[in-house]
Design a protein around this ligand. Structure first.
Ligand code: 9MR
Ligand code: 9MR
Ligand code: ZN
Length: 531
């Protein structure tokens, strides 16, 4: 066949690789009739196939022809070879293909830690910073004068160093969902973090780093401050060099409700390992839940003077999620009644996609999958029907898209995170029905993010073929290492399918954020092998 092994940008597939027994499809933006799979080690052809269907892909304005090599199941490292087009990037087939990505992306969470020194190695480079933001934070904007009250710790939000409770909500919520769904395997995963070898599994220890900060965001009366931030977004310098004062922003009911959900959910997860932390978290959750009962109004944070991330959002979905987690942890029948009223009032909806502004799905799934008795079975059936309908819609959306993107042609700020987060609804539907289509659509999400996309590139720093090199990340832009900090999913193309720019200034498409990483953690957790 061809002489050189030059990679053709027209062949787009998962450049991390495929599980042996899963579907394996590449999207090719060019005409061909036959293709081969060749082994990297010796160039030997191990599989030959014919072009499958051609899809007119509207969002990228391309004719995409599919090369299907699902029948190849032998572990190894391969490339596609297509006459007159060229070679694909190399990729693997193996049961463990997602183990290192999972490790790296979880390590990304660790490297996001604030208030402490961090250090990690990747590809021969060391990524490190000294303890940062050790003076968090001042009460000036919440009526406490220029007085410091401890709010150190937690993860930086994104490419900026601020800390926002609402975005922590969907992040911790999705990570705890992964723990509930895949905990038996996640328990065994080693992350090589400072807590490794301690009483908590590494996965929960990493989440605890965020929870310990969140507990400091609770005020005396049970309300929860909305964020900790500088007055304005700061420059691209390492975090320990950022000496601008950081302040509390006023409480919000959305942040308070998310706090309830996170601490109640974490209490449940951590209870078998650490009863005193579980107790502390549950007490905190109850206190904030009681505050919310005294404050039924949707109260937004007063963030005047702190012109950083907003994360302002209506609270009915947050309150639903809060009571769902508190009920699941305690079994209190009054909470179940409250939850079911909210579910009815919100139409028992399962939303097609969701992010920080809408956490209803998390509460709905907790309710549906709960093994606790006393639920209204008619309501349970309604939720189940809606869940399956939404999962079917996601499967159809992926099927009719040239790159099998489970979010179809929706492109918005952070849409790569939403592509990965589709896995949460899909897996809930899988638990209820056991239909393999739902697992396959979860894999479609991973395939897309790791290279089966218009760019033929990985969207995760440090992983896969031609990953992002200039993310909007203050650590990456502010240190002396050429490579960006590893293990971060960038936000993704928008407003259209062809608007991603791997340029540091392009924070609209090339920033990184904890909520996007958490979604990818969930999708990967479903498939980690964890030997
Ligand atoms: O760098 C900021 C990024 O982390 C935020 O996500 C983004 C949107 O809120 O804002 C970025 O800051 C930009 C600011 O909004 C406008 N001036 C340029 C800043 C980029 O350094
Ligand atoms: O993810 C957020 C996105 O949904 C919003 O449209 C956008 C503009 O408000 O803000 C995004 O969140 C950013 C936050 O405001 C500041 N930290 C970085 C976040 C990711 O870009
Ligand atoms: Zn910090």
């Amino acid at each position: 066949m061809l002489q050189s092994t030059e990679v053709s940008p027209l062949i787009r597939l998962n450049t991390i690789g495929y599980l042996p027994d899963s579907p394996k499809r590449a999207s090719v933006a060019g005409k061909f009739s036959r293709f081969a799979v060749v082994r990297v080690r010796d160039g030997k052809t191990v599989y030959e196939g014919e072009a499958a269907e051609t899809i007119t892909n509207a969002d990228t304005d391309e004719q995409i022809t599919i090369a299907d090599f699902s029948a190849l199941k032998t572990p190894g490292e391969y490339r596609l070879e297509i006459p007159d087009i060229g070679f694909s990037p190399p990729f693997r087939i193996g049961t463990d293909v997602y183990d290192f990505p999972f490790y790296t992306i979880m390590k990304g969470m660790y490297l996001w830690r604030c208030g402490t020194a961090v250090s990690g190695k990747h590809n021969g480079d060391t990524f490190a910073h000294e303890a940062c933001h050790t003076e968090d934070a001042y009460l000036d904007y919440v009526g406490g004068g220029h007085v410091r009250r401890d709010a150190t710790g937690g993860w930086h939000d994104a490419g900026d160093y601020n800390k926002y409770v609402v975005n922590a909500g969907v992040t911790v919520g999705v990570m705890l969902r992964a723990w509930e769904d895949f905990g038996t395997r996640l328990r065994r995963v080693r992350l090589d973090i400072p807590e490794s070898g301690g009483k908590l599994p590494d996965y929960l220890a990493e989440i605890k780093w965020e929870i310990d900060w969140l507990l400091k965001m609770q005020a005396e009366d049970g309300s929860v401050y909305h964020k900790i931030s500088t007055r304005q977004f700061g420059p691209f310098i390492p975090p320990e060099q950022e000496k601008e004062p950081r302040f509390y922003a006023g409480w919000s009911t959305a942040a308070t409700a998310d706090f309830v959900a996170m601490t109640a959910g974490f209490a449940r997860a951590v209870r078998p390992y650490d009863a005193s932390t579980a107790k502390r978290c549950l007490q905190a959750a109850r206190k904030s839940w009681e505050f919310l009962q005294r404050h039924p109004e949707d109260h937004k944070s007063d963030t005047r003077g702190l012109i950083t991330g907003g994360y302002q959002t209506d609270d009915p979905d947050d309150r639903l999620w809060a009571v769902a987690e508190l009920w699941e942890t305690t079994g209190d029948p009054a909470l179940l009644k409250n939850l079911e009223e909210r579910i009815r009032a919100q139409g028992a909806r399962i939303d097609h996609d969701f992010d920080w502004a809408n956490v209803r799905n998390l509460g709905m799934i907790t309710y549906l999958l709960s093994r606790r008795g006393g639920k209204d079975s008619a309501l349970v059936n309604q939720v189940k029907t809606n869940l399956i309908a939404t999962a079917e819609r996601i499967v159809q959306t992926a099927r009719s898209h040239g790159y099998a993107r489970p979010l179809g042609d929706a492109y918005y700020w952070g849409c790569n995170g939403s592509v990965a987060r589709q896995a949460v609804v899909l897996h809930a539907a899988y638990r209820v029905t056991k239909k393999p289509e739902y697992l396959n659509a979860m894999l479609d999400a991973l395939n897309h993010l790791f290279g089966r996309n218009f760019y033929g590139r990985s969207f995760v720093t440090g992983l896969g073929y031609q990953p992002p090199m200039r993310p909007h990340d203050r650590r990456s832009g502010g240190d002396k290492v050429d490579a960006p900090w590893p293990g971060y999913l960038v936000g993704g193309s928008h407003p259209g399918a062809r608007n991603w720019h791997d340029v540091q200034d392009d924070y609209r498409t090339n920033e990184i954020a904890i909520n996007w990483n958490a979604a990818l953690i969930y999708a990967l957790a479903a498939f980690v092998q964890a030997k």
